[in-house]
Design a protein around this ligand. Structure first.
Ligand code: URP
Ligand code: ZN
Ligand code: ZN
Length: 470
């Protein structure tokens, strides 16, 4: 058999051991994984014993999205190109209609699927936001999304007047999502507690953003929402978990058999809440806010101990001028940080190189776990025959630039960090996208990925990567 591509001498990570393998690629898929494959190929790359990971899956990206009156300033070309630069070959973006303006969910899904097919460099799937319940009943919105291969549903318990819905609506939606074989994806902050903590705060300092969204606003929301998950049995994961208490509650329910999971983000693992006390504090505004060392340590322990299922970027490509526009009123500052490019290098440097997590755990939280939660596994998130040929050769010693960025922004929240470890070859569905410093990908080669309902791929969820790869 003539291969399109052969990647030799790949150090690959299984749950119980590390192996040295060759990977054969034909027609966009991995067709064989084995020792010293003796096969002809059009192109041969030598990983020289360096780590080789499945292309990363970033399950939380906001490309070209209207959020709280601001538009994130990248296109799907820019976000997917930057994603690939950092080793991510699949992103899961959103359709989140804002209340009372712009397109409704159905229009937005169709517009965004078209933009993805036209502009993307790597594959893109979508979550549907159940944020505009005024524009049609919930059941119809869920059915229309499922019909388009959009099987996960984002709901917000915060951001009133924009995308927030109430707990009764979330409960109703979870019941339908569970019936339809979908997954609920929840932003959990308790708005009543935020309102209370906002009273009397100095509007002109960014530290008020941190202080108005205390840990308890996350943990009370999580505990209420877990009760709804229990009552509906709707598979649910909580996005951007930032605190020990919330993570512990989710983990406890998971251990007792509930299908719940936790996502955290690189910024909650690597940046300190004292950044809000600096002159540039507005740059770091995101919700939930950055926390302290205690919470960060607990989150890292959660990644190492398995209570964090996925690490996503929550990428919001705002620029300085957007972040500073309303620095006189912290409630109006653009929420969110850029990070689709830096996600994997940050977790590798701060997690693997420091010895907190293994390379196997790194691939679990950056690729396999997200693919499993979002119904993309084993098409994505694993290096095994039959999977898409999303393959990343990683140089563990190469410095990752933090002074400049491929993302469409003029600031990087991580510019003070010296990171080591980055991709040197990125292959997305059998095509080289980044070869060292050179972008060799093409607009339009990424595809919109339709996903199946959860019920239909339950069986694949239980197999471990180690069982399947050889
Ligand atoms: O601050 C954040 N996280 N902005 C993006 C919107 C969201 O809540 O995910
Ligand atoms: Zn959120
Ligand atoms: Zn987000």
């Amino acid at each position: 058999m003539q291969l399109d591509m052969l990647v030799r001498n790949c150090e690959m990570y299984l749950s119980d051991r590390t192996v040295l393998m060759d990977i054969g690629i034909a027609q966009e898929r991995i067709v064989c994984v084995g020792e010293n494959l003796d096969m002809a190929a059009h192109r041969i790359f030598d990983a020289e014993g360096r780590p080789v990971f499945p292309g990363g899956v970033d399950a939380h990206v906001h490309t070209a999205t209207q959020l709280g009156g601001y538009l994130t300033q990248d296109t799907f070309f820019e976000s997917t190109k930057a994603a690939a630069r950092g080793g991510t070959t699949t992103i899961i973006d959103f359709c989140i209609p804002e209340q009372g303006q712009g397109p409704d969910l159905i229009e937005m899904m169709d517009e965004r699927i078209a933009a993805i097919s036209r502009d993307s460099v790597v594959d893109v799937a979508l979550h549907a936001g159940l944020s505009r319940l005024d524009s049609g009943d919930i059941e119809r919105q869920i059915r229309e999304a499922m019909r388009r291969g959009i099987t996960s549903f984002k709901m917000f318990s915060a951001y009133p007047g924009s995308v927030m819905i109430n707990y009764g609506e979330i409960f109703q939606a979870m019941r339908i999502i569970a019936q339809q074989g979908g997954v609920a994806v929840i932003h959990a902050e308790h708005q009543d507690l935020i309102n209370m903590a906002t009273q009397g705060k100095n509007l002109a300092v960014a530290s008020s953003h941190r202080d108005s969204r205390p840990v308890v606003s996350e943990s009370v929301a999580v505990s209420t929402l877990l009760a709804l998950v229990e009552a509906t049995q709707c598979p649910t994961y909580f996005v951007h978990i930032s605190s020990q208490e919330a993570l512990a509650q989710i983990h406890q329910r998971k251990v007792s058999g509930l299908r719940v999971g936790a996502e955290t983000c690189p910024h909650y693992l690597t940046l300190d809440g004292s950044l809000y006390d600096t002159m540039d504090g507005a740059l770091y505004v995101c919700s939930p806010p950055l926390r302290d060392q205690l919470e960060r340590t607990a989150l890292w322990n959660g990644v190492a101990g398995g209570s964090v299922d996925l690490i996503s970027s929550d990428h919001c490509c705002f620029g300085r001028s957007q972040k500073f526009r309303h620095r006189d009123d912290f409630r109006r500052i653009a929420n969110g940080l850029p990070g689709v490019e830096t996600r994997m290098p940050l977790i590798y440097d701060q997690g693997v190189r420091t010895g907190i997590i293994s390379a196997y755990q790194f691939q679990q939280v950056t690729a396999t776990g997200p693919a499993q939660w979002l119904g993309l596994y084993p098409q994505k998130g694993v290096l095994q025959p039959g999977s898409d040929a999303d393959v990343v050769i990683w140089d563990p010693d190469r410095s990752f630039p933090t002074a400049t960025t491929t993302m469409a922004t003029d600031f990087l929240p991580y510019s003070h960090l010296a990171l080591r470890g980055m991709p040197v070859l990125v292959i997305a569905r059998g095509r080289v996208v980044w070869n060292d410093e050179d972008f060799v990908g093409r607009r339009g080669q990424g595809r919109f990925v339709r996903r199946r309902p959860v019920r239909q791929q339950d069986k694949s969820l239980v197999k471990s990567v180690g069982e399947e790869v050889l």
